[in-house]
Design a protein around this ligand. Sequence first.
Ligand code: OSB
Ligand code: MG
Length: 366
Amino acid sequence: MRITGIELRRIAMPLVAPFRTSFAVETARDVLLLRVVTPDAEGWAECASMDEPRYNAEYTDGVADVLRRFLIPALPEDVDAYAVGRALAPFTGHHMAKAVLETAVLDAELRARGEPLARFLGADRDRVPCGVSVGIMDSVPALLDAVAGYLAEGYVRIKLKIEPGWDVAPVRAVRERFGDDVLLQVDANAAYTLVDARQLAKLDDFDLLLIEQPLANDDLVQHARLARMLRTPICLDESIESAAGAAAAIELGACSVVNVKPARVGGYLEARRIHDLCRAHGVPVWCGGMLETGIGRAANLALAALPGFTLPGDTSASRRYFATDITEPFVLDDGHLDVPAGPGIGVDPLPDVLDEVTTATEWIAL
Ligand code: OSB
Ligand code: MG
C-alpha cells in the first residue's frame, strides 16, 4: 500500500464533567487525529496522549512533533501495519505516537480489503460489557450521586479513582449504598508508595475486583512486594508498555491482571500480543481507556471483543464523555456496546461535527 499523505488534525472536545485523577483534572480533551490517505482508502486513528506528560511521558504537542520529525519520514514506500512497526522500532519510546500512526495505516489497509478490525484481531463477540471510570469528587455524596447515575444507565462495573485521602472512605460508602454485588475496582494512577501498604490493605475488606496501578510506573519489584501483602489482586496500567514488560510483570508476580491500552503499548498489534501472552498465563485482561472520542473507542471495542478480555473495560458510551461525539454516538444497551462491524475501525467522523471542533490541520505529503 502506498500512502499519498497524512493529515494531522487537532480537535477541541469539552468533557461533560471535569474528570479528576490523582495526577490531573481534565475538563476538555485536545485530541490529535490522524488521517492516512492512500489511493484505495483512508484510515483514521486517534492519539490517546494528554496535554501534559503526567499519566506518562508523552504529551500531544510532543507526539505531533515526533510524528512529523521522525516517525512519518521513516515510513517505507510500500507499507502495511506490520511494516510500520518494523520501521518505527529503531526509535525508542513514543508508544502513543507510534500507535496512532500504525492504527491509521491498519485502518486504511483493512478498509481497502473490506475487513473489520475486530475480525482481523481475532474477536469472538459482537458486543462487550462496559464499565465506567469515576473520577475523584469533592465529596462522598457527590460520588454516590455519580455512581447511582452510572448504575442506572446500566454500567456493569464501577471503577473509582483513588489517591491518598480518597480511598477507603469512598469505597466503603459505595459498598454500603450499592451493595456487595456491584463489580467494583479502584485506580490509583501511581499515587502511593510501599509505605502506604497498610492503608491499601484496608481495601481488602471490600471485595474489589482489583486495585490498578497503586505504585510508581517503573516499579515492578515493589508492586510484586505489595501483591504479597494484599488479598486484592493488583492490575497494572502505566507499568506495562510492551509484551516483554507484561511477561516480566507476570513472572515477577507484580500483577495478576493487566489493563491493556493499545496506545500505551504502541498499537493494536502489540496489544494483541499482550492479550495472547496473558491468556496463555491465565491472566485476565481488560481494555482501558483514555477518554477517547468515537474514533478511538471504535478500535478499543474491537480489541475488547477478544476472548481473553474477561473483565469489563473502561469502554464507556459516548455520552459519558461528550455532549456531541465526532462519530455516531456509542450508546449503552443493557450495559453493553456493539463492536463496530464495518471495514477497519467501522466508524467515520461526521464531517459537520468534525469541522465544528477542528482547531488546526496539517497536511504532510509523502
Ligand atoms: O488510568 O485508566 C486510567 C483516563 C485518562 C488517563 C488514564 C486513565 C483514565 C481513565 C478513564 O481511567 C478511562 C476512560 O473512561 O476512558
Ligand atoms: Mg489506569
